[in-house]
Design a protein around this ligand. Structure first.
Ligand code: 4AD
Ligand code: MG
Length: 499
């Protein structure tokens, strides 16, 4: 078995063999610097002329990016090197050479990278996100398993409309129309009446006709459901749960967060209690003076960012024209790609700012919060925010009306801070047979499909509730990724399924 890069700290001054792929190679005459990746990390391997055969030296010099190989050498500690260690190469074997690997270190467009996702998964960015996603999923299971929850696997084919009729994927089930599940919640409620505390965790499908950074058509959701609970207890469960996930990622994935440029200091603040706002308070904030001022100062900041990016671009373009070495040219070209990206993004934000400010100012009580409204509230906070008690007509049929104010339901959304937006939706469930029947009918759902669900309100109904957390949105928030399609290996979106 080859040694692993992540374990090299235990092999200092020893000879090891790594098996992996050539991530990057650079040669300066008598020395070559090969960065090798093996799935556990990156390691710089130094090949000196004379320390290996001339034939091998030449072969390695012309080896293409992503060729597979083994390298043998002595491990040295080198703080400046990626991963903190280096290999002084004594031997190497090329397993399968690669030529013209399509993803080069230069910047590629998003569309190109998505079409090449099967290869792009090997990039550092995708690798770091994949490792963090793995920790998030492990933490999710750990949290519920250690807190008395029983895992229940809920079906994917279903006749029930879990959330809304507009986003169903129909399937022909032996001649019967069924659809792919939008949530495991309804089935989970029946399991909660058997086990008390349960959770389901699986893929979820929504034919979302919006091409936003927050929507996939196939995403992973974890949903806990608890018998004998209330809204306050659910909020407490959610904030402990999210804080646990963040702590695990900070513990296990610091170096990946650093590589991705995530805001580690901001994540370190994510501890209970989170902020709590009612929907009505949120509406007051959106339509009030504070938001007006906030949006105006944001516009000013964006204009500053635009100016700075523009003058830096002009400066670099000047430098490009001068007498400079090839490596300097490459460096400037990469910086320019980055800066032009920032500029384009800032332009979009500048264009959207007044539109979003207007939407917020004109928001009227009764509507669901829109994406931009959530963004504004979330930008104003440094920790997650619970928004509770939404108008009942804006939300799903199963949510329990507040007996003290029948216009609203006992529900919550959890908004991740710094502009990210909703990562959790949850509620106390309507447990009264008559009220629930009336709501199902009002929403035009076929009562015959809900008879078993109504049974739960006939035979020992209890106050109960739960919530659903979207994995991709959580990973995007933690990693600072703008678009959630980067947070699942093979994303499915409305406009395209690439591979
Ligand atoms: O708010 P939602 O629709 O809630 C439910 O499905 C409830 N039945 C959950 C429950 O109470 N058991 O979805 C929950 C979460 C959202 O907050 C979001 O994180 C994620 O699922 N989500 C999506 N993620 C990616 N793409 C989409 N199209 C998503 N729709 C929802
Ligand atoms: Mg929601």
């Amino acid at each position: 078995m080859p040694n692993k890069i992540s374990e090299l700290k235990n092999n200092v001054d020893q000879e090891v063999t790594l098996a992996g792929w050539l991530y990057k190679g650079r040669s300066s005459g008598k020395v070559q610097f090969l960065i090798v990746r093996d799935g556990t990390g990156l390691c710089q391997c130094i090949v000196e002329k004379g320390k290996v055969s001339d034939e091998l030296f030449e072969q390695l010099k012309h080896l293409g990016q992503e060729s597979s190989l083994t390298v043998t050498g002595v491990v040295r500690t080198e703080e400046r090197s990626v991963g903190g260690h280096e290999l002084a190469v004594t031997a190497a074997e090329i397993i399968s050479p690669a030529t013209d690997y399509p993803i080069t270190p230069k910047s590629h467009g998003t569309d190109f990278l998505l079409k090449n996702r099967h290869l792009h998964l090997r990039s550092q960015g995708q690798w770091c996100i994949g490792k963090i996603r793995h920790t998030v999923i492990d933490a999710i299971r750990r949290f519920f398993n250690d807190n008395g929850f029983t895992l229940i696997d809920t079906p994917i084919f279903t006749a029930m409309v879990g959330e809304d009729k507009q986003s169903l994927f129909e399937v022909d089930y032996f001649g019967e129309p069924l659809h792919l599940t939008q949530t495991g919640q309804l089935h989970l409620e029946s399991a909660a009446m058997s086990f008390g505390k349960v959770y389901c965790f699986g893929p979820t499908f929504r034919a979302e006709k919006s091409k936003t950074r927050r929507h996939l058509t196939e995403f992973w959701m974890v949903e806990p459901e608890v018998a004998f609970t209330d809204l306050d207890e659910l909020l407490e469960l959610a904030e402990n749960f999210v804080s646990f996930i963040v702590a695990r990622v900070l513990g296990d994935n610091k170096s990946q967060l650093e590589t991705l440029g995530a805001d580690i200091a901001a994540l370190e603040k994510i501890k209970p209690p989170f902020y709590r706002l009612t929907y009505t308070e949120a509406v007051d904030i959106l339509t009030g003076e504070k938001t007006k001022q906030f949006m105006a100062s944001q516009l000013e900041q964006l204009q500053n960012t635009k100016q700075q990016a523009e003058s830096k671009i002009t400066e670099l373009e000047q430098q490009q024209k001068g007498q400079i070495k090839q490596w300097q040219k490459d460096k400037i070209a990469a910086e320019l790609i980055e800066l032009r990206g920032v500029l384009a993004e800032t332009d979009t934000k500048i264009e959207n700012n007044p539109k979003h400010a207007k939407l917020a100012a004109e928001f009227r009580w009764g509507k669901d919060l829109g994406g931009s409204d959530e963004t504004i509230i979330s930008q104003m906070h440094d920790k997650p925010i619970f928004v509770t008690h939404y108008p009942k007509d804006a939300k799903a049929f199963y949510m329990k009306t507040d007996r003290d104010d029948e216009k609203v339901v006992l529900n919550f959304d959890l908004l991740a801070p710094a502009g990210f937006g909703e990562i959790i939706g949850g509620s106390v469930r309507e447990d009264d047979y008559e009220k629930l029947t009336a709501k199902i009918e009002k929403q035009g759902l076929e009562i015959k499909n809900y008879e078993w669900y109504l049974d739960l309100r006939k035979y020992g109904s209890v106050p109960h509730g739960g919530f659903g957390l979207g994995v991709e949105r959580t990973v995007a928030w933690l990693t600072g990724e703008k678009h959630i399609r980067q947070c699942i290996a093979f994303p499915r979106m409305m406009d395209k399924v690439y591979i």
